[in-house]
Write a protein that binds this ligand. Sequence first.
Ligand code: PMP
Length: 308
Amino acid sequence: MAKIGETPYIWKDGAFIPWKDANVHVLSHSVQFGSAVFEGIRCYATPKGPAIFRLREHLRRMLNSCKIYRMPVPYSIDELVEANRELVRKNGIEACYLRPMVIRGYGAAGMVPFDSPIEVYLPCWPWGAYLGADALEKGVDACVASWNRVAPNTIPAIAKIAGNYLSGQLIKMEALQNGFDEAIALGPDGMVSEGSGQNVFVVDGGVLYTPPIDGTLLPGITRSSVLAIAEDLGLKHVVQPLAREVLYTCDELFVCGTASEITPVRSVDRLPVGDGKVGPVTRALQTRFLDIVNGRAEDTHGWLTFVR
Ligand code: PMP
Protein backbone atom coordinates (compact mmCIF):
# COMPACT_ATOMS: atom_id res chain seq x y z
CA MET A 1 0.00 0.00 0.00
CA ALA A 2 1.17 3.53 -0.73
CA LYS A 3 2.88 5.42 2.06
CA ILE A 4 3.19 9.19 2.03
CA GLY A 5 6.54 10.47 0.72
CA GLU A 6 7.65 13.72 2.34
CA THR A 7 8.26 16.98 0.49
CA PRO A 8 10.02 19.98 2.08
CA TYR A 9 7.04 22.33 2.59
CA ILE A 10 3.36 22.48 3.41
CA TRP A 11 1.37 25.70 2.98
CA LYS A 12 -0.53 26.61 6.12
CA ASP A 13 -2.83 29.64 6.32
CA GLY A 14 -0.80 31.78 3.96
CA ALA A 15 2.77 30.71 4.81
CA PHE A 16 5.03 27.78 4.02
CA ILE A 17 6.04 25.65 6.99
CA PRO A 18 8.40 22.66 7.15
CA TRP A 19 6.64 19.32 6.50
CA LYS A 20 7.37 18.06 10.03
CA ASP A 21 5.75 21.11 11.65
CA ALA A 22 2.32 20.54 10.11
CA ASN A 23 0.85 18.99 13.27
CA VAL A 24 -2.50 19.23 15.02
CA HIS A 25 -3.55 18.60 18.64
CA VAL A 26 -5.08 15.20 19.35
CA LEU A 27 -8.23 16.97 20.57
CA SER A 28 -8.67 18.98 17.38
CA HIS A 29 -12.30 18.87 16.31
CA SER A 30 -11.43 17.22 12.99
CA VAL A 31 -9.57 14.40 14.73
CA GLN A 32 -12.37 13.75 17.19
CA PHE A 33 -15.34 14.18 14.86
CA GLY A 34 -14.18 13.64 11.27
CA SER A 35 -14.72 17.27 10.21
CA ALA A 36 -11.77 17.65 7.83
CA VAL A 37 -12.78 18.76 4.34
CA PHE A 38 -10.23 17.78 1.73
CA GLU A 39 -9.45 17.36 -1.95
CA GLY A 40 -7.27 15.01 -3.95
CA ILE A 41 -5.72 16.51 -7.08
CA ARG A 42 -3.05 15.31 -9.47
CA CYS A 43 -0.24 17.35 -10.92
CA TYR A 44 1.29 15.82 -14.07
CA ALA A 45 4.77 16.23 -15.55
CA THR A 46 4.07 17.60 -19.03
CA PRO A 47 6.47 18.81 -21.74
CA LYS A 48 5.61 22.36 -20.58
CA GLY A 49 6.39 21.58 -16.95
CA PRO A 50 4.15 20.49 -14.08
CA ALA A 51 0.43 20.97 -14.73
CA ILE A 52 -2.34 20.57 -12.16
CA PHE A 53 -5.47 18.85 -13.48
CA ARG A 54 -8.75 20.74 -13.03
CA LEU A 55 -7.45 22.63 -10.02
CA ARG A 56 -10.29 25.19 -10.00
CA GLU A 57 -13.00 22.54 -10.14
CA HIS A 58 -11.40 20.69 -7.22
CA LEU A 59 -11.13 23.89 -5.18
CA ARG A 60 -14.71 24.79 -5.98
CA ARG A 61 -15.83 21.38 -4.72
CA MET A 62 -13.73 21.92 -1.59
CA LEU A 63 -15.33 25.29 -0.86
CA ASN A 64 -18.77 23.76 -1.47
CA SER A 65 -17.97 20.95 1.00
CA CYS A 66 -17.02 23.68 3.50
CA LYS A 67 -20.23 25.56 2.79
CA ILE A 68 -22.36 22.50 3.58
CA TYR A 69 -20.54 22.13 6.90
CA ARG A 70 -20.65 25.87 7.69
CA MET A 71 -16.90 26.25 7.58
CA PRO A 72 -15.98 29.78 6.43
CA VAL A 73 -12.74 29.70 4.41
CA PRO A 74 -10.89 33.04 4.34
CA TYR A 75 -9.33 32.43 0.89
CA SER A 76 -10.77 32.77 -2.61
CA ILE A 77 -10.40 30.14 -5.31
CA ASP A 78 -7.89 32.44 -7.08
CA GLU A 79 -5.77 32.72 -3.93
CA LEU A 80 -5.86 28.95 -3.41
CA VAL A 81 -4.94 28.35 -7.08
CA GLU A 82 -1.85 30.54 -6.66
CA ALA A 83 -0.94 28.94 -3.33
CA ASN A 84 -1.10 25.45 -4.86
CA ARG A 85 1.01 26.50 -7.85
CA GLU A 86 3.60 28.01 -5.55
CA LEU A 87 3.53 24.86 -3.39
CA VAL A 88 4.53 22.65 -6.32
CA ARG A 89 7.20 25.14 -7.44
CA LYS A 90 8.64 25.51 -3.94
CA ASN A 91 8.78 21.76 -3.40
CA GLY A 92 10.64 21.42 -6.71
CA ILE A 93 8.50 18.47 -7.77
CA GLU A 94 7.24 17.59 -11.25
CA ALA A 95 4.43 15.07 -10.78
CA CYS A 96 2.59 14.85 -7.48
CA TYR A 97 -0.66 14.45 -5.62
CA LEU A 98 -2.07 17.54 -3.89
CA ARG A 99 -4.21 17.19 -0.78
CA PRO A 100 -5.73 20.55 0.23
CA MET A 101 -7.37 20.30 3.64
CA VAL A 102 -9.66 22.58 5.62
CA ILE A 103 -9.83 21.41 9.20
CA ARG A 104 -11.44 22.49 12.43
CA GLY A 105 -8.62 22.80 14.93
CA TYR A 106 -8.32 22.71 18.72
CA GLY A 107 -10.83 24.51 20.92
CA ALA A 108 -14.36 23.13 20.91
CA ALA A 109 -14.94 20.70 23.77
CA GLY A 110 -17.76 18.80 22.15
CA MET A 111 -19.31 18.14 18.80
CA VAL A 112 -20.54 21.71 18.23
CA PRO A 113 -17.60 23.00 16.19
CA PHE A 114 -17.80 26.77 16.38
CA ASP A 115 -15.13 27.24 19.08
CA SER A 116 -12.54 25.49 16.92
CA PRO A 117 -10.55 27.62 14.45
CA ILE A 118 -10.66 26.88 10.71
CA GLU A 119 -7.18 25.98 9.46
CA VAL A 120 -6.18 25.49 5.82
CA TYR A 121 -3.30 23.20 4.86
CA LEU A 122 -1.97 22.52 1.37
CA PRO A 123 0.34 19.48 1.24
CA CYS A 124 1.63 17.64 -1.81
CA TRP A 125 3.74 14.54 -2.33
CA PRO A 126 4.79 12.13 -5.09
CA TRP A 127 2.24 9.37 -5.81
CA GLY A 128 2.18 6.79 -8.60
CA ALA A 129 -0.62 4.53 -9.84
CA TYR A 130 -3.12 4.05 -6.98
CA LEU A 131 -4.24 0.53 -7.90
CA GLY A 132 -0.78 -0.71 -8.86
CA ALA A 133 1.40 -0.38 -11.94
CA ASP A 134 -0.48 -3.03 -13.94
CA ALA A 135 -3.98 -1.78 -13.13
CA LEU A 136 -4.23 0.84 -15.87
CA GLU A 137 -2.97 -1.60 -18.47
CA LYS A 138 -4.65 -4.89 -17.54
CA GLY A 139 -7.52 -3.90 -15.27
CA VAL A 140 -8.43 -4.94 -11.75
CA ASP A 141 -10.62 -7.56 -10.10
CA ALA A 142 -13.56 -6.08 -8.19
CA CYS A 143 -16.39 -7.31 -6.02
CA VAL A 144 -19.71 -5.86 -5.00
CA ALA A 145 -19.33 -4.65 -1.43
CA SER A 146 -21.55 -6.03 1.31
CA TRP A 147 -21.60 -2.50 2.76
CA ASN A 148 -24.00 -0.05 1.14
CA ARG A 149 -23.14 3.60 0.60
CA VAL A 150 -24.76 6.31 2.73
CA ALA A 151 -28.43 7.10 2.12
CA PRO A 152 -29.45 10.50 0.74
CA ASN A 153 -30.07 13.12 3.44
CA THR A 154 -28.02 11.32 6.06
CA ILE A 155 -24.39 12.38 5.61
CA PRO A 156 -24.04 14.48 2.44
CA ALA A 157 -22.22 12.45 -0.20
CA ILE A 158 -21.45 15.54 -2.29
CA ALA A 159 -19.15 16.81 0.46
CA LYS A 160 -15.63 15.42 0.41
CA ILE A 161 -15.01 15.27 4.15
CA ALA A 162 -12.99 12.87 6.28
CA GLY A 163 -15.97 11.27 8.06
CA ASN A 164 -17.44 10.07 4.76
CA TYR A 165 -14.36 7.93 4.23
CA LEU A 166 -15.33 5.54 7.02
CA SER A 167 -17.68 4.08 4.41
CA GLY A 168 -14.88 3.81 1.83
CA GLN A 169 -12.55 2.20 4.36
CA LEU A 170 -15.03 -0.56 5.21
CA ILE A 171 -15.71 -1.17 1.53
CA LYS A 172 -12.05 -1.27 0.54
CA MET A 173 -10.80 -3.33 3.50
CA GLU A 174 -13.46 -5.96 2.85
CA ALA A 175 -12.42 -6.15 -0.81
CA LEU A 176 -8.72 -6.54 0.02
CA GLN A 177 -9.37 -9.12 2.76
CA ASN A 178 -11.36 -11.18 0.27
CA GLY A 179 -8.63 -11.04 -2.39
CA PHE A 180 -10.09 -8.35 -4.67
CA ASP A 181 -8.40 -5.13 -5.74
CA GLU A 182 -11.41 -2.86 -5.42
CA ALA A 183 -15.10 -2.90 -4.55
CA ILE A 184 -18.19 -1.32 -6.03
CA ALA A 185 -20.81 -0.37 -3.49
CA LEU A 186 -24.57 -0.19 -3.95
CA GLY A 187 -26.73 2.61 -2.66
CA PRO A 188 -29.41 1.98 -0.02
CA ASP A 189 -31.86 1.21 -2.86
CA GLY A 190 -29.64 -1.61 -4.16
CA MET A 191 -28.61 0.30 -7.29
CA VAL A 192 -24.95 0.80 -8.27
CA SER A 193 -23.41 3.76 -6.42
CA GLU A 194 -19.61 4.07 -6.57
CA GLY A 195 -16.29 2.47 -5.66
CA SER A 196 -14.43 3.11 -2.42
CA GLY A 197 -12.76 6.13 -4.01
CA GLN A 198 -13.93 6.11 -7.63
CA ASN A 199 -17.00 6.59 -9.76
CA VAL A 200 -18.24 3.73 -11.93
CA PHE A 201 -18.95 3.52 -15.66
CA VAL A 202 -20.24 0.63 -17.75
CA VAL A 203 -20.27 0.19 -21.51
CA ASP A 204 -23.08 -1.85 -23.00
CA GLY A 205 -23.92 -2.13 -26.68
CA GLY A 206 -21.52 0.72 -27.48
CA VAL A 207 -23.24 3.11 -25.02
CA LEU A 208 -21.54 4.54 -21.93
CA TYR A 209 -23.54 4.59 -18.69
CA THR A 210 -22.89 6.03 -15.23
CA PRO A 211 -25.18 6.48 -12.21
CA PRO A 212 -26.62 9.95 -11.47
CA ILE A 213 -25.63 12.25 -8.59
CA ASP A 214 -28.29 10.74 -6.33
CA GLY A 215 -27.08 11.62 -2.85
CA THR A 216 -25.08 8.39 -2.42
CA LEU A 217 -21.90 9.24 -4.35
CA LEU A 218 -19.27 11.91 -4.83
CA PRO A 219 -19.60 13.91 -8.06
CA GLY A 220 -16.14 13.09 -9.35
CA ILE A 221 -14.13 15.54 -11.39
CA THR A 222 -12.78 12.57 -13.36
CA ARG A 223 -16.36 11.39 -13.93
CA SER A 224 -17.26 14.76 -15.43
CA SER A 225 -14.06 14.66 -17.52
CA VAL A 226 -14.97 11.19 -18.85
CA LEU A 227 -18.42 12.45 -19.86
CA ALA A 228 -16.83 15.43 -21.63
CA ILE A 229 -14.34 13.19 -23.47
CA ALA A 230 -17.18 10.84 -24.47
CA GLU A 231 -18.94 13.85 -25.97
CA ASP A 232 -15.72 14.83 -27.81
CA LEU A 233 -15.35 11.29 -29.18
CA GLY A 234 -18.97 11.19 -30.33
CA LEU A 235 -19.74 8.36 -27.92
CA LYS A 236 -23.33 7.99 -26.77
CA HIS A 237 -23.43 8.50 -22.99
CA VAL A 238 -26.33 8.18 -20.58
CA VAL A 239 -26.57 9.09 -16.91
CA GLN A 240 -29.09 6.72 -15.34
CA PRO A 241 -29.55 4.36 -12.38
CA LEU A 242 -27.85 0.99 -12.92
CA ALA A 243 -28.96 -2.31 -11.41
CA ARG A 244 -26.27 -4.47 -9.76
CA GLU A 245 -26.59 -7.24 -12.33
CA VAL A 246 -25.57 -4.86 -15.12
CA LEU A 247 -22.06 -5.14 -13.63
CA TYR A 248 -22.12 -8.83 -14.55
CA THR A 249 -23.67 -8.53 -18.02
CA CYS A 250 -22.08 -5.35 -19.47
CA ASP A 251 -19.42 -5.40 -22.21
CA GLU A 252 -16.96 -3.15 -20.39
CA LEU A 253 -16.60 -1.66 -16.91
CA PHE A 254 -14.21 0.88 -15.44
CA VAL A 255 -13.76 2.98 -12.34
CA CYS A 256 -12.37 6.50 -12.40
CA GLY A 257 -11.03 9.03 -9.94
CA THR A 258 -8.08 11.31 -9.39
CA ALA A 259 -5.93 8.61 -7.82
CA SER A 260 -7.17 5.72 -10.00
CA GLU A 261 -7.43 7.78 -13.22
CA ILE A 262 -9.34 5.47 -15.61
CA THR A 263 -8.87 1.91 -14.39
CA PRO A 264 -10.50 -0.96 -16.30
CA VAL A 265 -12.32 -3.62 -14.26
CA ARG A 266 -11.78 -7.09 -15.72
CA SER A 267 -13.97 -9.09 -13.34
CA VAL A 268 -16.74 -8.57 -10.80
CA ASP A 269 -17.39 -11.20 -8.12
CA ARG A 270 -15.11 -13.54 -10.15
CA LEU A 271 -17.28 -13.20 -13.28
CA PRO A 272 -15.30 -11.86 -16.26
CA VAL A 273 -16.43 -8.48 -17.60
CA GLY A 274 -17.04 -9.10 -21.31
CA ASP A 275 -14.22 -11.39 -22.41
CA GLY A 276 -12.12 -10.39 -19.39
CA LYS A 277 -9.88 -8.11 -21.46
CA VAL A 278 -9.83 -4.31 -21.53
CA GLY A 279 -12.47 -3.19 -24.03
CA PRO A 280 -12.06 -0.70 -26.89
CA VAL A 281 -14.28 2.05 -25.44
CA THR A 282 -12.51 1.95 -22.08
CA ARG A 283 -9.13 2.04 -23.83
CA ALA A 284 -10.14 4.94 -26.08
CA LEU A 285 -11.39 7.02 -23.13
CA GLN A 286 -8.36 6.14 -21.04
CA THR A 287 -5.89 6.96 -23.82
CA ARG A 288 -7.52 10.30 -24.52
CA PHE A 289 -7.63 11.14 -20.81
CA LEU A 290 -3.97 10.23 -20.22
CA ASP A 291 -2.92 12.11 -23.37
CA ILE A 292 -4.64 15.29 -22.16
CA VAL A 293 -3.41 15.18 -18.57
CA ASN A 294 0.15 14.38 -19.60
CA GLY A 295 0.19 17.21 -22.14
CA ARG A 296 0.41 14.91 -25.19
CA ALA A 297 -2.93 16.04 -26.64
CA GLU A 298 -4.34 19.53 -26.95
CA ASP A 299 -6.06 20.68 -23.76
CA THR A 300 -9.23 21.84 -25.52
CA HIS A 301 -11.22 22.11 -22.28
CA GLY A 302 -8.62 24.23 -20.45
CA TRP A 303 -8.19 21.58 -17.74
CA LEU A 304 -4.48 22.13 -17.04
CA THR A 305 -3.09 24.80 -14.72
CA PHE A 306 0.60 25.15 -15.40
CA VAL A 307 2.75 25.62 -12.37
CA ARG A 308 5.53 27.65 -13.94
N1 PMP B 1 -15.94 8.82 -5.14
C1 PMP B 1 -15.22 8.87 -4.01
C2 PMP B 1 -15.80 8.34 -2.75
C3 PMP B 1 -13.94 9.42 -4.02
O1 PMP B 1 -13.21 9.47 -2.92
C4 PMP B 1 -13.40 9.88 -5.24
C5 PMP B 1 -12.01 10.44 -5.28
N2 PMP B 1 -11.97 11.78 -4.90
C6 PMP B 1 -14.20 9.82 -6.40
C7 PMP B 1 -15.46 9.28 -6.30
C8 PMP B 1 -13.70 10.36 -7.69
O2 PMP B 1 -13.63 11.76 -7.62
P1 PMP B 1 -12.54 12.57 -8.44
O3 PMP B 1 -12.64 12.12 -9.82
O4 PMP B 1 -12.96 13.99 -8.26
O5 PMP B 1 -11.22 12.28 -7.84
